[in-house]
Design a protein around this ligand. Sequence first.
Ligand code: MN
Length: 228
Amino acid sequence: MINYIIEKPEQPYLNIKGSKDLFPVRRIYCIGRNYADHAIEMGFDPNKEPPFFFQKNPNNIAIDNKFPYPPQTNDVHHEIEMVVALKSGGQNILQEKAYEHIFGFAVGLDMTRRDLQAQAKKLGRPWEIGKAFEKSAPIGILSRYEDTGLMDKGKIKLEVNNKIKQEGNLNMMIWKIPEIISHLSKFYGISGGDLIMTGTPAGVGPVKKGDQLKAKIEGLENLEVNVV
Ligand code: MN
């Protein structure tokens, strides 16, 4: 029998629509600047710079509809994103085979300490301090691929205190889901349990304590998060 020398850390997980089973989370890959209008609002030319990846930690997930305002920042931004959950993986996956590895989809938020991220960018340092902190990845209930279909189009929208802040369509992604999975699998051994946050449309902005965020993607379960 294995005896862990300290208490075994909890396995992060997501809930699944219509099921008591849980989806265990292994890694969280995030894509940057995957909607042209968001790349432009951040000061970049989407025609010159292709999307790129960073990661959050699996235990940065928040599934309790609460986002505690994080420390060491005065500028935390919301970024609504569709989350793809993989049931299997591999290396060098062909685009035509990518959907065979998908378990399902959920609505997520890539919460970002924008001031710390901006500082890191300026200094040529990694983004973790801006992106991978406690509860920085609120994610809603997973819907199964067999129930949702391809999720290659559909409205994506974020409301803060019932005012629309971000609005777009999944068909505006620069890199489509099969391209993202194929690309990631060239660099990493991707696997069942991995999540991919697929980027945010324009309209990102700050949140403050007391705000109510409503994140919606056509065909998926809404995600509601209170900033506390
Ligand atoms: Mn993002």
